[in-house]
Unconditional design. Sequence first.
Length: 187
Amino acid sequence: LVISDVNMPNMDGIQFGTALRQLPAFKFTPILMLTAKGDDADRVLGLDLGADDYLAKPFHHKELLARIKAILRRISIVESSQAPQSQLQINQVIIDHSTRLVTCHQQSIELTGTEYQILTLLMEQHGSIVSKETISEQVLGRKLSPYDRSIDMHVSNIRRKLLPFSTTEKIKTVRGAGYIFLSGHTS
């Protein structure tokens, strides 16, 4: 887990996180951004550029510790759930859990750790609605709070990353209910 402040000398936290994601050893390392900039646009930018979570200052140290524990807990849950099945393949999207490689129509897709976990959950439940509450609890390790748009942003990022390689919709939004990974045809 990497905790980074957005406002740093020489390189800001967003640039740092983007550079860190380029290193193979840190490709899936969770990043928690801390910032004095708490408006929605800054949170969206941080999540969009690869942060797994974003915490605005000032914050209570117990909230920081709870978020750290939640991130570490979901990593261990994902790692333990991946053991039995090494590959998941639905609607031309393949997740290879042994290498954490995601492909869409045989093209490699770069996902953050959180995006990878959300896509895995949606694909495991393909054809069924997965609520934002379920995603928040199982992937982010916390209850969904009112006005929290982080799930929407992560799903939007996944869609954007799949779009160049896909001719069909993969993730459908069911307004007021959640998301469905469309089964399409299983190959």
